[in-house]
Structures are given as C-alpha cells and as structure tokens.
Design a binder for this molecule. Sequence first.
Ligand SMILES: *[C@@H]1O[C@H](CO)[C@@H](O)[C@H](O)[C@H]1NC(C)=O
Ligand SMILES: *[C@@H]1O[C@H](CO)[C@@H](O)[C@H](O)[C@H]1NC(C)=O
Ligand SMILES: *[C@@H]1O[C@H](CO)[C@@H](O)[C@H](O)[C@H]1NC(C)=O
Ligand SMILES: *[C@@H]1O[C@H](CO)[C@@H](O)[C@H](O)[C@H]1NC(C)=O
Ligand SMILES: *[C@@H]1O[C@H](CO)[C@@H](O)[C@H](O)[C@H]1NC(C)=O
Ligand SMILES: *[C@@H]1O[C@H](CO)[C@@H](O)[C@H](O)[C@H]1NC(C)=O
Ligand SMILES: *[C@@H]1O[C@H](CO)[C@@H](O)[C@H](O)[C@H]1NC(C)=O
Ligand SMILES: *[C@@H]1O[C@H](CO)[C@@H](O)[C@H](O)[C@H]1NC(C)=O
Ligand SMILES: *[C@@H]1O[C@H](CO)[C@@H](O)[C@H](O)[C@H]1NC(C)=O
Ligand SMILES: *[C@@H]1O[C@H](CO)[C@@H](O)[C@H](O)[C@H]1NC(C)=O
Length: 874
Amino acid sequence: MATICKPSISLFLSLSLFVVSCAMDEGDNLLRFKDSINDPLNLLSSWSKHSTSECNWRGITCTSSSSISSINLVSFNLSGSISSSICELPNLVHLNLANNLFNQPIPLHLSQCASLQSLNLSNNLIWGTIPDQIYLFQSLKILDFSRNHLQGRIPQGIGSLKHLQFLNLGSNLLSGPFPLILANLTQLIILDLSQNPFFLTHIPPDIAKLTKLQMLFLQSSGFYGEIVPNLFQGLKSLVILDLSNNNITVTLPKVGFSLPNLVSFDVSRNKLSGPFPNGICEAKGLVHLGLHTNFFNGSIPNDSINKCMNLERFQVHDNLFSGDFPSWLWSLPRIKLITAENNNFSGEIPDSISGAAQLEQVQIDNNRFASKIPQGLGLIRSLYRFSASVNGLYGELPTNLCDSPVMSILNLSHNYLSGTVPELMNCKKIVSFSLAHNNLIGEIPKSLGALPVLTYLDLSQNNLTGQIPQELQNLKLALFNVSFNQLSGRVPASLISGLPASFLQGNPDLCGPGFSNSCSQEKAMPKGVNLSKLASALLISAVAISSIIAAAVGFYIIRRCRKQRSEMNGWRSVFFYPLRVAENDVMMQMCDKNARGNGGTFGRVYIVNLPSGELIAVKKLMNFGTHSSKCEINTLAKTRHKNITKILGFCYSNDAIFLIYEYVARGSLGDLIGKPDFELPWSVRLRIAIGVAQELAYLHKDYLPHLLHRNLKSTNILLDADYEPKMTDFALDRIIGEAAFKSSLGSDASCYLAPEYGYTKRASEEMDTYSLGVILLELITGRQADKAECGDVVKWVRRKINITNGALEIIDPKISSASQHEMLGALDIALCCTSVMPEKRPSIFQVLRILHSLHSTSNLPYIHQPSTSTYTLS
Ligand SMILES: *[C@@H]1O[C@H](CO)[C@@H](O)[C@H](O)[C@H]1NC(C)=O
Ligand SMILES: *[C@@H]1O[C@H](CO)[C@@H](O)[C@H](O)[C@H]1NC(C)=O
Ligand SMILES: *[C@@H]1O[C@H](CO)[C@@H](O)[C@H](O)[C@H]1NC(C)=O
Ligand SMILES: *[C@@H]1O[C@H](CO)[C@@H](O)[C@H](O)[C@H]1NC(C)=O
Ligand SMILES: *[C@@H]1O[C@H](CO)[C@@H](O)[C@H](O)[C@H]1NC(C)=O
Ligand SMILES: *[C@@H]1O[C@H](CO)[C@@H](O)[C@H](O)[C@H]1NC(C)=O
Ligand SMILES: *[C@@H]1O[C@H](CO)[C@@H](O)[C@H](O)[C@H]1NC(C)=O
Ligand SMILES: *[C@@H]1O[C@H](CO)[C@@H](O)[C@H](O)[C@H]1NC(C)=O
Ligand SMILES: *[C@@H]1O[C@H](CO)[C@@H](O)[C@H](O)[C@H]1NC(C)=O
Ligand SMILES: *[C@@H]1O[C@H](CO)[C@@H](O)[C@H](O)[C@H]1NC(C)=O
C-alpha cells in the first residue's frame, strides 16, 4: 500500500479515496525521518510500523482528518540529521526540535515544508551562518534559532519573511551591523537578538517602524551609540523592553514618554544620562523598572501619586541621582525590591513604608538619607534584607526592627544611630547584622547568643560597654567584630581562640590570654618572638589550641577603610597556623634573589627560608588600597582542601599585604608545560585535572561562603612532590576589591577568561568552568594556553576540529597512543567547558564525574612517592 502512495499534494487533495492509505504514508515519512536521527533514550520507540496510527506516536499531533500537523520532540536528546522527509507531510504546521543535540547548519531543506508556520530549533548545536536563502521559509510565522552557535551577519533574505511574528536569534554568535531589513518585518510581535556578544553595533532608528512589536530583547549584545528618542514613540505596543547591559548612550525624552502598555522597562548597565524618565508611570501596568548602573542625574519627581501602582521592582542604584527620594515609592502596595544605593539621594524613610506589604529587599547604602528608622519597617512581614549603610540615619533602633519573620540581612553601619542595641528576640533568620560605626551605647545583649543562624555580627566602632556575653559562644560566628568600643572584662575563651585578635582590638579594658591586661595570672609570653602584641596573642592561643583552630569554621575578615594614624607604618600579622616567624624574618628575605616566577598577576611571590628551616611562599600585594594609604583590605577565607595551597597567615601595613602560603615543591603546572621537554604520562595529567576540578567543587559548593576562584590558570596550579595539584591565588578579588582585581588581571590570564567576562558584571561559576576547560586543553595538547598558534588554545583546538576534523592532531604526540581514547573523552569535556555560552557548560559535578570515569578506565599505574612537602604543621 505504502509504496503506491507517493502522491503530490494536489493529487492527495483531489483523490479523497487515498486519504486512508496516505495517512499510512505519513507514517512512513516519519519513519524515514527517524532513520536519520539518533535516539539514545529510545523515546521514539512508539514510532513503529506495527503500531496503529501515527497520530498516537509520541510527540505527534494530527488534524481532525488524521493528518499530521505538529511534531514536538523537545528535550529528547536527539542528534543526527534532520531530514526533509517530513516535508512530505502536507499539513505539517509546527516543528519543534528544541533542546536536542542536533549538530549541523540550518536545515534549509525544511523550507520545502509548504505549510510550516513554526520552526523551533532552539538550544541545539546548530552552527554556521544564516544563509540568504532563509527567504525560502515564506510561510513561517514563528522562527526560533536561539541558543545555538550561529555566526556571521543576519542576511537580507530575512526581510522577505513577511508573515514573521516571532523571531528569536538570541544567544548565538551573530555579528552586526543591525540588519535594517528587520524593519520590513512589520508583523513582528516579538524580536529577540539578545546575548549575541559579537553584535557590537548601533540600534537603527528604523526599528521604530515595528509598530506591532510587543517584546524587544536586545540585552547583552554590545549595542553602542545613541538611539533616537523617538524609538519610544514608534514602538507604541511595547510591553517588554530589555536593552540592558549594552553601551547605549542617549538622553531619554523629558516629556511624551508614552508607552501605555509597558510592563517591564530595563535599560540598566548602559551609559545613559539625563533625568529620570518622567512619565514612565503613565504605563499603569509597569512592574519592573531597571535604570541602574548608568549616569542618570537630577531628582525623581514626587508627583506620581496613584501611578505605578503595580511596580514590583524599582532599581536605580549606581547612578548620579540626587534630591529627596520620592515618598510615594516607599508605600507602593506591590513593591518588592528597591535598590537605590550609590546615589546622592536625601530624604526620609517614612513610617508609611509599612504600606509596602510585599517589600522584600531594600538597598539604599551610600546616600544621604537622614531620618530615624521608622517603626513601620518592622511591620513588613516579607522584608528579608534592609541595607542602609553609609547614610545619615539617626535616633534609636526600633525594638521591632527584626520582627519580619524572614529578616536575614541588616546593615546599618556608618550612620549616626544612638541608644542601645535592642534585644532582637524575634530575629530567628538573621544571618548578618552590622551596626558598625554608629554611636550605640550600653551592653551587648546576651540574647544575641540565642539567634540560631547569626553568622556575621559587626558591632565595631561604637561606644558599647560591659562584658562580652558568654552566651555568644553558642553562635557559629564567622565574623564577630567588636573592636573600638569600651568593652571590658574577660573575653570568652572560644571567641579569643577562634577569631583573629583584630576583631577585639581597641577595647583597652578587655582582658584574657594575650591582652596587655591578662585578667589575673596568665602566663607570660615566650621571649625572643618579635611580633606585635595582637599577633602574638593569636600565636599563643594558636599554639595552645591548634586543634581547635584546625577544626575552626571558616571565617573571613571584612574590609574597611579608615585612617589609623597610630598604625601608619606598623606591620601587623595574623596567623592561622602556629608559624614561628617574625615580620622581620619575612621582610629581610623579600628581595629579588628569592623572587619566583615572572612577577605573578597581583604581585611577586618570594620563597622565604625561616630560621627553623621551613620554607614558606610569600605573595606581596602592593597598593591595592582604594586611596593610597587609607584603605586596608583584609578579606581572607579559611579554606581547607588537599588541592588548595594553605594560607598560613598574612602581614599587613597600610599599603601592602603579604600573604603567606605553604611552600609547594615542584612549582607551577604552567611553568612545567612551558618547558620544551615537558613530559608527563596521561594518568598523572588526568589526576591533576581531577584535583583542579575537586578544588573548584569545594570552593563553589562546599565552602561557606561560596567562593569563586576567578584566576584559575596553569601558573596558579602548584604541584607537590606527588604531582598533587594545589591551587593558589583564588578569590583574590575578595582581598583587593573588584576594581583592583579587574585592572590587575594580567594579560596572561586572557586565554583563561570566559568570553562573557567582558560584558557580564557578575563573575560566575561558569567562568571558572571555562578556565578549567582551558587547563584541560593544556593538559591534552601539551601546549601552554597562550602559546598555541594564534595565541589561544581554545581557538586553535576549535579550528582544528571544525576545519580539519583533526581531533587526533590535537592531542599531545608525546603521550602513548594507549591513552588516546581517554584523551579524546577528556577533549570532549574540555570543549563543553569552553562553550561560548555559559549555560552550555557542564556543572562542576558533571565534569568531575566524567573525569573520574575516564580515570577508572585508566590502566596506567600512578606515580606514588612519599610526600616531601616542605612545610609541616608543628
Ligand atoms: C541528554 O543529553 C544531555 C547532554 O548530553 C545530558 O546531560 C543528559 O543527561 C541527557 N539526558 C538523559 C536523560 O540522558
Ligand atoms: C521553542 O521551544 C522551547 C522549548 O520547548 C520553548 O521554550 C520556546 O518558547 C519555543 N519557542 C517558541 C518561539 O515557541
Ligand atoms: C523592504 O521594504 C522596502 C520599503 O518598504 C522595500 O523597498 C524592500 O523591497 C523591502 N525588502 C524586502 C526584502 O522585502
Ligand atoms: C562597552 O564598550 C567598551 C569599549 O568599547 C567595551 O570594552 C565593553 O565591553 C562594552 N560593554 C558592553 C556591555 O558591551
Ligand atoms: C545632569 O547632568 C548634565 C550633564 O552633566 C548637566 O548638564 C545637568 O545640569 C545635570 N542635571 C542635574 C539636575 O544635576
Ligand atoms: C512628596 O509628596 C507627598 C504628597 O504630596 C508629601 O507628603 C511628601 O512630603 C513629599 N515628599 C518629598 C520627599 O518631597
Ligand atoms: C550630593 O548632594 C549635595 C547636596 O545637594 C551636594 O552638596 C553634594 O555635592 C552631592 N554629592 C555628589 C557626590 O554629587
Ligand atoms: C555593610 O555596609 C558596609 C558599608 O557599606 C560594607 O562595607 C559592609 O561590607 C557591609 N556589611 C555586610 C555584612 O554586608
Ligand atoms: C563615644 O566615645 C567617644 C570617645 O570615648 C566620645 O568622644 C563620644 O562622645 C562618645 N559618644 C557617645 C554617643 O557617647
Ligand atoms: C573590625 O572593625 C574594625 C573597626 O571597624 C576594623 O578596623 C577592623 O579591620 C575590623 N576587623 C577585621 C579583622 O576586619
């Protein structure tokens, strides 16, 4: 039957006699389609000649006359090739193959599907350019090629798709200029060109002709230059506009800002200037307003009564706004998020804030708000973060401050608050509480010891008196800073041993081991140790209770900026291990003779030989204070992992920090790979890769607070005598600050930086995964990341694979071919890790699992030598 039925469409329509047999033929077409694809999960098992009607096959929908109208195979893990046999299905309207693994150019032959209106190939591995012949898809209304690897320009041909209503080319590698032809697509309702980091072009005024456009997504595609203000007059139907994270400069119109249907307006992270877009609240349904991180100035008008009543997110932080913060915003019934930090706002936080019954987060740090903290704040049941540091807040703290059952973060530091620290009995969810640098008096309430999850408590720089309550020992504090108060009496034992002494400094009447006032008859300090008093206090307690320290929970030290003349040229030290060293011993040896490496990224590394014969590595971070000598930066994480170089402690003065690391015998992997005679068996290389991945998993997932490495490269991987890798230079951004971190990342880091590094502001785990991928490629190819042809091992490998299909040419020829299979497996995972699109990169656990599976197939013995690590815990 099936063989005789190969009718043309007209034949099919005219000969109704054939309808039944033709339906079977449709099944054959589907089976031919199935023949060319791989279905590893066997989800198409119901597609079989033996089953009744193809209308019941998985993913198939038919018309009322049993002809196939829709194929929907989303997330089936299909690969192979998309054959045009389905175009012989005369009534096929929808084809959705999103979230699969099709790895091919755009299947142009699908343009033969005469009825096809909707084609969805989102989130596959489609590559190549969009051919001009795209005009062949005349009947398409919906085209979704998002989240693939398309590159090159958008061709003129796309302008012929006159019926197109939905065009999504987001998250590809397309480049500019912006095709003017898109303005011909006057039926468009949704246009998405976002996340094409190489677009880099202007937004043309013609786009204002798309008067039916409801959603325009152009974020993160490198758009720059001016956009004409009348853009916002043309696009009358706009509901969602996202231009965020580009380089657009424009002055938004002062008047006539009339987009009545607007729900979300996001122009954040651009270079926009001018006044607040007055009139934007004419859009009654506005829910999200994102203006942050621009150069807007002037004040926000206080005349918007009864407008913007649906606003949920108001984000204006990091601008140049000034004037009184409008009081209407504080009591909007739906508002959830207000971020206004780092502006020059003044005004009050009104008691009417209690009307904002949905409010979750307020961030208004670093402005000039001058008011009391109203009782009304404590009445909001959904508030979990209130951060208002560095303002002019004054008066007493309301006792209901923390009555919201979800309140987690309160930062009221650097204000003029007075009165006492309230008993915060209801604060069961508070994690971080800072009242530093205010005028608070009285005692630290004992009840703080009963707050179950309190982890960061900063009460420094107040006028608190009395003893430090014993009850605080109940807390698992990562930060407890009560320095510069008037506290007195004996410091509870676990606080003195578990935390750096600098958290307690500036309270002359505190006593206990290590303080000048030893309470009663503490032992005298050992002679001949040339350390500052505070550091030696720590040293003694560390020696005495090193086991406690070894088990101590991680802590870190927040950074702060404040001039302290008395300590101007003094060195101070904090040690996390009992290290018998004086600052002098360290300083004396910080000379060129002992320097290692080519300078390093953030400062030189010196190998110092201690009088005891132990070796330590000292990294010198210079001049990273924001203002020459004012700013000390002390963020330090206490990590414990076999693949992390131990930080033994640090010394610091006003303009430098010396980080002290354990010494690791064999130097860095990067230096090793760089040697002409570099040769390591594959099993060792794989073990290094696993160690690096384990370290990342630890930093990302296990360690609290979660850390990002951010500077993962082979020269930061030290190898011990057993070739066990030990990571160094991680999370330095926390120590030296984001700006200094970014400006000091050396050019040698560039090969390891994920492509999105340039345009996303937030560092992410995916970026570390990318760097891991680069290191894998170094191990596989035996080439340094920046020494491959064209100076980038990722590009080199991809070109080899794409052009010559030469995976075997890539792997290090010095490695025995017995390991080839495993190396190709590792190459696969390295390529995934170095995907251009961060969301395509595997999770660190997936990487580990795959590396481990390669590992277990390895037949080669490992090198096992006794550890000769030089530094040992005494
Ligand atoms: C589908 O493929 C992806 C990517 O290869 C993989 O992560 C996922 O586990 C697969 N799904 C199933 C159910 O096997
Ligand atoms: C394409 O399919 C994906 C996955 O089902 C879906 O998320 C997306 O919205 C679809 N695109 C269109 C235009 O419908
Ligand atoms: C686009 O529109 C212009 C003017 O409306 C017209 O001249 C041109 O032919 C159109 N281009 C295509 C490819 O349809
Ligand atoms: C803005 O332009 C600068 C300079 O051309 C470039 O470095 C930066 O990545 C661009 N930013 C975005 C978000 O595109
Ligand atoms: C905003 O900035 C512009 C350009 O710098 C300046 O001319 C204008 O006076 C400023 N407006 C206000 C209200 O500060
Ligand atoms: C804003 O207007 C309201 C009502 O007109 C008034 O109560 C309030 O004081 C004004 N606030 C500011 C900051 O000007
Ligand atoms: C903030 O506003 C005050 C008063 O309006 C002004 O004196 C001050 O210069 C402004 N600060 C900045 C950084 O613009
Ligand atoms: C509180 O605010 C101060 C000043 O803005 C900032 O330095 C500090 O990191 C904040 N503390 C917390 C725990 O967020
Ligand atoms: C806090 O103590 C300092 C120095 O002891 C003193 O100058 C200041 O007036 C005190 N402030 C308050 C609010 O008690
Ligand atoms: C504790 O707070 C004081 C005063 O604010 C500050 O100088 C010190 O650096 C903080 N301690 C640490 C270890 O961060």
